[in-house]
Write a protein that binds this ligand. Sequence first.
Ligand code: MIC
Ligand code: SF4
Length: 649
Amino acid sequence: MGFTITEKILKKHIIDGKSEKGKEVAIQIDQTLTQDATGTMAYLQFEAMNVQKVRTELSVSYIDHNTVQIGFENADDHKYLQSVAAKYGIVYSRAGNGICHQVHLERFGRPGKTLLGSDSHTPTDGGIGMIAIGAGGLDVAVAMAGGPFYMIYPKIININLTGKLKPWVSAKDVILKVLEIFTTKGNVGTVFEYTGTGVKTLTVPERATITNMGAECGVTTSIFPSDDVTKEFLKAQGREKDWVEIKPDEDAIYDKTIQINLNELEPLAATPHSPGNVKKVKELHGTEVDQVCLGSCTNSSYRDLMTVAKIIKGKKVHKNVSFVIAPGSKQVLENITKDGGFEELLSAGARFTENACGFCIGNSQSPKTGGVSLRTSNRNFEGRSGTKDAQVYLVSPETAVAAVITGKITDPRDLEKLGFKYPQIKMPKKYYIDDSMFILPPKDGKNVKINRGPNIGEPPRSTPMPQEIQGIVTIKVGDKITTDHIIPAGARMKYRSNIPKYSEFVFEIIDPKFHEKAKKIRGTGKYNIIVGGVSYGQGSSREHAAICPMYLGVKAVIAKSLERIHKANLVNFGILPLKFKNEEDYDIIDQNDELEISNIITLLKKGEKLTIKNKTKNKTFDTEYDLSDREKKILLAGGTLNLMRGKSK
Ligand code: MIC
Ligand code: SF4
């Protein structure tokens, strides 16, 4: 029996556990990446592990999220991160060098290796044939300290691509098609593996757009083969030696195969407020547009920006549209500048922002009240743009530029009727490369002093799991609650290193009084309990969506289903993640109900179901949990840091 690409790479990295679908395995991590918004907490936790130096082949600390720097907080974080990188042997990518995923793909991604990143879009590097997984900062800290990463041995779904994309249709439309098929829920514990004759028609950055947004389906990761196209890309990056061929065996067995004929795809858009609300662009035709944003880690490559530059060349941005561009990296910006694209975009009226996450995370370029914004990024959750009632659509660069020109949502194929030709962009044979924005660590960082500004606190710890939880349902939420709902980013993100302050914003967009209520309840000796619907904790990997609730005294989450990264973060911070055994029981709980969960330690150890008493309604209901023995130990100890401290005593 042959092997899939995923199996081939995992086989070489599994250090504990059996390759049995649905079972937990421990894998060795070759590379890690962090970004500044999750990184500070990850390194504070790493410091608490008392390790002299990172034990990975490569660890990179990127500054790309909080680069707006209003107030001292972000700059303090950056200095802290720079000093930690020097001390512990980590490469530091300075603010301005670009978005972690784009830069990592360009300069460090290696086929056949494993990458763990404290950002949910780490699977971007699956486009170069890596097993690249997003995780909470604490899991990345453990990997940097040489520990394994624990994952569920995945189901592998084969997405077989045939044909070739037609003009005006691009990689974003492929992943939007995948989102239409698989939606944003129900894909936990799965890997998407792309194969087929269509693969060779896609460049590495196009493949990376597809693997990047697999995160929106909630899969563990997505991966492409490493082939001649990969080799060409690495060669153009001056890294041909990093290439190895990886392809599935002819007789590889997949759990399921779906076919996508690239020829048959047409321009698609994700409509407000979920990446899974996919419609044909032609159905949205004519909607007036206020803003178009090109960039983010999804569509900010040389090819994306040059395509738009060549289409808009000689034209001007429509008078009602604000056209914002955030290039993915300094390398992209320098290359489009050398090849004339920058000038074409600038003279058309584009507003260039930093090579950073910027608009995508809502810390700048918020649209006007009720504004329609077309973005090439990957998430359009309500409020994420910084404007609660903004209508954000996710589209390809081609659909984006069509709106820039016409001022309306326009099927880009219609541009031909207006005399536009679809440009064929040649990928550079050799990129202009300047690595001067990376600061390499000294050989021996022992004497480096860590910079700690006043914004940098201690990583908080949880308390051991009690035998009994007497709690109040502080909030009951519906389906598809994202980590952006739980703890917003945007302007609030500057408090990432200050948990007491950041905690004031838990559930801000649903119930701004949540934190006051939660503190009051905890003050009475009771715990807070969150009740959620399907796919609770979608989206970002931010472990603050567990740390801040923990800080406010949340001890259990009961939901219809939980997303992978968030569930792991809950465990890491000692919060019990439970699922309703019968989904209908969700309906017999109301906000403010008092619940009692008894015999927790005893039943967890035995692996038996937990029956919860709703004291307010005088009813009971059963819950279940997917927890390995390792996760149970973490929960009982009150989180990973407590467990590690206990072990090292
Ligand atoms: C996101 O796209 O939501 C983020 C901001 O990159 C997050 C990480 C974070 O919250 O810092 C992610 O995707 O994990
Ligand atoms: Fe940055 Fe947006 Fe990508 Fe997250 S999704 S890493 S905020 S560009």
